[in-house]
Design a protein around this ligand. Structure first.
Ligand code: ZN
Ligand code: FE
Length: 249
């Protein structure tokens, strides 16, 4: 594999991701939840940071930008909205490409959690960094966008190849599983939820996930099947999202 991904816990329930292009040795961090934690991992691995790739402006994703740039000289790429909290070296939108050495990331517009949220897709390695758009058995809250916008964003992700590995930014999977079981009695979901609860008991990560697994069991992606009377797929998604927002699990 041309891209090596190193994942580690950050803050309360975020994950940090360092990605190294093996051909060139160039290294990117996907988001900057905690500058000190990221610097410590870089030192432990003996890697030096070239690039910061932001998915959206939230402080648990871009809050470490300035400290990391000051410490490493890395350049910062992200959606324009990141300038709300820190300067960017390059603003990108869906359809743009970002190179890390020989690894090519396609930028996908995944607005909805925030208006400018983006994902980074490395097609050759079948890897996508999806930030707070799609979680294992969940999806991001709609802080800024509409249900329609989020459904379109999720549809762009589900159009990727089924074998795509999805790196989501939070370990929310056990609580997502409790909600999923409340709206869907699919046997595949039940089996997956049991495996998730057991993994979390053992202190194991449930990230990354795989797109095929999410398409089969994630209630947000299955919304049109779970709410067949809804006027549209986006409306079905809106109903599931609203149920999750009110869920006391
Ligand atoms: Zn966020
Ligand atoms: Fe977040």
């Amino acid at each position: 594999m041309a891209l090596t991904v190193h994942q580690f816990p950050c803050l309360a329930d975020n994950y940090g991701f360092l990605a190294r292009d093996e051909a060139s040795g160039r290294v990117a961090t996907i988001d900057t939840p905690d500058a000190n934690a990221i610097l410590a991992e870089l030192a432990r691995l003996g890697w030096s940071l070239d690039l910061i790739l932001n998915t959206h402006w939230h402080p648990d994703h871009a809050g470490g930008n300035e400290a990391l740039k000051a410490a490493t000289g890395a350049s910062i790429v992200g959606p324009a909205e990141v300038t709300r909290i820190a300067p960017l070296d390059r603003a990108v939108v869906g359809g743009d490409e970002v190179m890390l050495g020989e690894t090519r990331f396609q930028v996908i517009d995944t607005g909805g959690h925030t208006l400018g949220h983006i994902a980074y897709h490395d097609a050759e390695d079948a890897i996508a960094f999806v930030g707070d758009t799609l979680f294992a058995l969940g999806c991001g809250r709609l802080f800024e966008g509409t249900a329609e916008q989020m459904w379109d964003s999720l549809s762009r992700l589900t159009a990727l190849p089924d074998a795509t590995t999805l790196y989501c930014a939070h370990e929310y999977t056990a609580s997502n599983a409790r909600f999923a079981l409340s709206v869907d009695d699919d046997p595949g979901l039940k089996a997956r939820a049991e495996a998730i609860f057991a993994a979390r008991e053992r202190g194991e990560s449930t990230v990354p996930t795989v797109l095929a697994t999410e398409k089969a069991t994630n209630p947000f992606l299955r919304a049109p099947l779970l709410r067949p009377a809804a006027a549209s797929p986006a409306q079905a998604f809106a109903e599931i999202r609203a149920a999750k927002d009110g869920f006391k699990g």
